[in-house]
Design a protein around this ligand. Sequence first.
Ligand SMILES: Cc1ncc(COP(=O)(O)O)c(C=O)c1O
Length: 459
Amino acid sequence: MRPSCADETSPAEGASATDLNQKAAPWVGDRIAELPLLHYDSRALATSISSPGLAHARATIMSHRFSVIQTAPPDAILGLTEAFNADPNPDKMNLSVGVYKDENGQTPILKSVKAAEQKILDSEATKGYLSIDGLPEYRADVRNLVFGETLAADRVAVLQTPGGTGALRVAADFMRTQLPKARIWMPNPTWANHPAIFAAAGLSSETYRYLGDDRTSLDLDGMLAALNDNAKPGDAILLHGCCHNPTGIDPTAEDWKQIASVIAEKNLLPLIDFAYQGFGDGIEQDAVGLRTVLEHVDEAIVCTSFSKNFGLYSERVGAVSLVAADVEQCTAALSQLKRVVRTNYSNPPRHGGAIVATILADEQLTRLWKEELETMRLRITRLREQFVETMKSTGSGHDFSFLLRQKGMFSYSGLSPMQVDELKSKHGIYIVGSGRINVAGMSETKMNSFCEAVASVMS
Ligand SMILES: Cc1ncc(COP(=O)(O)O)c(C=O)c1O
């Protein structure tokens, strides 16, 4: 039987052709003997073996540079989704992955998006490259949605990026090269990809306190004390613009003012991740925190994602916006951001940005999109309310009313890793180990059985 890759051994450096023939595994030995061995170094010999059937022999002869590579741990959340897909339980429920779901557990394409795509299909004249910073009309839309009328347009550089993740990576690469001394302060906890992206870019990161001891509220005093005591002027601070992932705990408007004051006093650079605009209280309301910070400082970076609020997950559409003190500084920073993009993915994909721009250029489509976004937001609010009420009616004595104060798709449920395991194995309910739930993954019709299951593992 052909040995697996794991069984192979590399010939020692400088082995002769005879050595190679003798030491090669028996299943290759006879075939190698048939070859005209004109060269005695293993690389040349390997090149001379071209038959597909002998590809393995070539791999055996060459040194195995990939043999030292360690298998990376699988993505915890995507791994759970694979297990969910394979689960035959008809009542299964996936509350793990961070996408919006409707009552049928589907992630629908918005009607406004379909209509915009039809328009694009009818009118699109080229598949030529976009410029490094993307579609101009899209960039103007991002500026309006994020900043409104609050800033002079020439102080803001906007670049279209492949999703919010792309925006974060561009921002991180920019900071690493242009602000090499800046450390980035992240809330604890934060979206798991934040530390990974910053580490991949080579930024050094620190964490600040965010979650109170009750695990259901913001520890504002702890957060401000951590920043006051430990952050150095010139450091950057990561903030979730709204709908904090994974806790759903957002600062109040009053809290934002205090946060903004400390940022200004300590001369920190705010890096605001704005991935859920419209999922908390509304499009404008969700921008209050970000705009409060910008009233206190001249400089900031905002990373936008339209994956959630336009349902454009797979189209990879987002933006990085840099706010500078004046037009000259903005122009210089933009040129460096463009360099980062050019050496990463050159220029962004067109389709997602074109959809957003087409919707926002059309009054009717804009109205339809806002209605659809509102429908998603209100469904999440309704599910939060229904869950809290239904949990009460189970008589388990567990009070989940803290969920009503939290925003967006996520909340920390307080379920322990053992309870999470039991929910999966006994009830087909999939939740990540930290106990974070995606409220949008709940179902109104299955709420009773879901709450019974939660109550049973908590008893
Ligand atoms: C807080 C946060 N930031 C950024 C992103 C990335 O969004 P995108 O899918 O557009 O890359 C996500 C996605 O889940 C997120 O939760």
